[in-house]
Design a protein around this ligand. Structure first.
Ligand SMILES: Cc1cc2nc3c(=O)[nH]c(=O)nc-3n(C[C@H](O)[C@H](O)[C@H](O)COP(=O)(O)OP(=O)(O)OC[C@H]3O[C@@H](n4cnc5c(N)ncnc54)[C@H](O)[C@@H]3O)c2cc1C
Length: 382
């Protein structure tokens, strides 16, 4: 697989790997147990120029495509799941929406600051009453002169506790169905906008999840991204490309679990030989290695389609679906290979076992990915 990386991707991989081993891995257990936002790690990612990935250089970003992004995310996720979630939400959800759908003035206002890490981005689509069925969102934005007046709430918003820039999906006219939805940028501190920290997650515990509340919150219409009524297609487009990032995260999580399992199997002895010398353990490792490579190949295929401007909705859903289930199986097997020591904290495989689980839920559950894939098969047939 490594042979298929471009020179730039291989360089980025090495940079991200060195950073992950030095800055992420040693702090990952604390981030998890303290539910602590990885601020120092985020600042470190800014310092090595990774926060601007996929943002055009002309707008103050670092350039590169989803192929480069996937390589970096895999390395981050193999070391610290929480930091990879923070990074993905900042780059491939929040900042990407502004970079791809903002007009020149909006891009100039936010993209350089987001690329430098001066501000953190969040992406607010889910609500207490709507998750998979995002079209049912009920946060309203009524026009009043040059402002939208926003009322409603959002839940499960990654980075919400620390973000300065929120891409918020609102409904400006419920009678218009998906054509009533808009994406607007709301900045921290806007009057009528409050953020409440949500604690107690199973995994990805450093990812600063928040509930957002809007009470007569006024935001200039000039903060709307794309044309009036285009918010739903903005969300679909961004989620479709960002699923490549989640797939890469899953490859990283699976690899982290697999590498820990290989190491442990080579150290631990049972019945007079290393675990690695028992064929049942070898078979688990063989399955893990094979599935991880397959997930990575699907991820890079989807990334390449995104980067070449080709249709990728089904392919990114396939990559996310398969990679998240591979990460689930890899984490399960890695805990099994560790026996009792894999069940107690602080154990890396125990953490990955919990961190991985949400990859089958966020940015579209596995059921929703299957619906997307099935729809594309049936559309092709007709
Ligand atoms: C840690 C975490 C971080 C998150 N970060 C963000 C974020 O930054 N921004 C954001 O906007 N959202 C975020 N989310 C929300 C996430 O995207 C939603 O939880 C997810 O889309 C599922 O929505 P739901 O929880 O409302 O579940 P529901 O939509 O209520 O689904 C419940 C179950 O029903 C199934 N289901 C629903 N519809 C169908 C159907 N048509 N056919 C078959 N099965 C179906 C689902 O697959 C699931 O198994 C986050 C969630 C978590 C847990």
């Amino acid at each position: 697989m490594r042979a298929t990386l471009t020179e730039r991707q291989e360089l980025l991989r090495q940079t991200a790997r060195e950073f992950a081993l030095k800055e992420l891995e040693p702090r990952a257990a604390d981030v998890d147990s303290n539910e602590e936002f990885p601020r120092r790690q985020f600042d470190g990612l800014a310092a090595i120029g990774l926060l601007g990935l996929t943002m055009p250089e002309a707008d103050g970003g670092a350039g590169g495509g989803y192929g480069e992004l996937a390589v970096v995310i895999e390395e981050l996720a193999a070391a610290c799941g929480s930091t990879s979630t923070v990074f993905i939400t900042h780059v491939s959800l929040g900042a990407a929406t502004i970079a791809r759908f903002g007009h020149a003035e909006q891009r100039a206002r936010w993209v350089p600051a987001l690329s430098r890490g001066d501000k953190i981005a969040a992406f607010a689509l889910s609500e207490p009453g709507s998750g998979s069925d995002a079209l049912a969102l009920s946060t309203t934005a009524s026009l009043d002169g040059d402002d939208y007046v926003i009322n409603g709430s959002k839940v499960f918003i990654t980075n919400g506790e620390v973000a300065g820039v929120f891409v918020v999906f609102v409904n400006s006219d419920r009678s218009k169905g998906h054509r009533g939805i808009n994406a607007v940028v709301v900045e921290r501190g806007a009057a009528g906008f409050t953020v409440s920290h949500m604690t107690g997650k199973m995994g990805m515990r450093g990812s600063a999840t928040a509930e957002l509340s809007f009470q007569d919150c006024r935001v200039p219409v000039a903060n709307r991204l794309s044309d009036e009524g285009r918010g739903y297609s903005v969300a679909l487009s961004i989620l479709s490309s960002s699923r490549v990032s989640i797939a890469a995260q899953c490859v990283g999580l699976a690899r982290g679990a697999y590498e820990a399992a290989v190491k442990y199997a080579n150290q631990r002895e049972a019945f007079g030989k290393h675990l690695a010398d028992h064929q049942a353990i070898q078979f688990m490792l063989a399955d893990m290695a094979t599935e991880i490579d397959a997930a990575r190949l699907l991820t890079h295929r989807a990334a390449s389609l995104v980067d070449n401007g080709r249709p990728h909705v089904a392919e990114s859903a396939m990559a996310k679906l398969f990679a998240s289930e591979v990460a689930n199986r890899a984490a399960h097997r890695a805990v099994q290979i560790h026996g009792g020591s894999g069940y107690f904290r602080p154990s890396k495989v125990e953490r990955i076992y919990r961190d991985q689980r949400v990859t089958e839920i966020y940015e579209g559950t596995s059921e929703i990915q299957r619906l997307i894939i099935a729809r594309s098969i049936l559309e092709d047939r007709s």
